[in-house]
Design a protein around this ligand. Structure first.
Ligand SMILES: [Ca+2]
Ligand SMILES: [Ca+2]
Ligand SMILES: [Ca+2]
Ligand SMILES: [Ca+2]
Length: 192
């Protein structure tokens, strides 16, 4: 039996023994929870930012900004809202507020590359993350003149998101650490 399989078995057995339960919770971005909000902005005119909240959700205020309570891309800028979790979670989904037919966005997980432009709302993610980011950027898909749209017509909030946490008992963390050391030792032996 491979060491990895043994380790996995041990963790699974431990989880069952400790009765570790997955908990799924929806958090509103304009409220508090096991997360912090941050922002980024880049543009020709619009630089430096702060996170804002309203009854509609969380937004980004740039300088200057015609939509200080929303994540937007006017004037010719890209505002990004970043959610960082206190500990890693499975991000089940997120939902944007004030999201209408002109709106589109990109998102990134764990500080990685941004997705292509999407209009999915809610967005079903289902991945383990420590952080995720949502960006309104100006691009050709914004130049939909038939729709009354123009470059810089995105404006929305992060309303809420749903995450699942699986608490690991303290003993499990110790055991995981032990298995990790063992695996490292094995790797070193193999390399020698
Ligand atoms: Ca804004
Ligand atoms: Ca856009
Ligand atoms: Ca748009
Ligand atoms: Ca909108």
């Amino acid at each position: 039996m491979k060491l990895k399989a043994i380790a996995l078995g041990a963790v699974m057995a431990l989880g069952a023994a400790a009765g570790a339960q997955a908990a799924t919770t929806t958090y509103y971005a304009n409220s508090t929870g096991p997360f912090t909000l941050g922002c980024a902005v880049n543009g020709i005119l619009n630089n430096n930012c702060s996170v804002t909240t309203s009854s509609s959700g969380a937004g980004v205020s740039g300088n200057p900004d015609t939509n200080p309570y929303e994540i937007d891309n006017f004037p010719l800028s890209s505002e990004t809202l970043i959610v960082t979790f206190d500990t890693g979670v499975i991000l089940e989904s997120f939902y944007l507020g004030n999201f209408d037919r002109n709106d589109d966005y990109e998102f990134s997980l764990n500080g990685g590359a941004f997705s292509g432009v999407t209009t999915d709302n809610p967005n079903i993610v289902g991945q383990y993350v420590t952080s995720f980011a949502i960006r309104a950027s100006y691009d050709l898909s914004d130049a939909n003149f038939f729709d009354g749209g123009f470059l810089g017509d995105d404006n929305f909030t992060l309303k809420k998101f749903t995450v699942t946490t699986v608490p690991l008992p303290a003993g499990g963390l110790l055991l995981l650490g032990g298995i990790g050391s063992l695996a490292a030792l094995r790797r070193r032996k193999k390399a020698a």
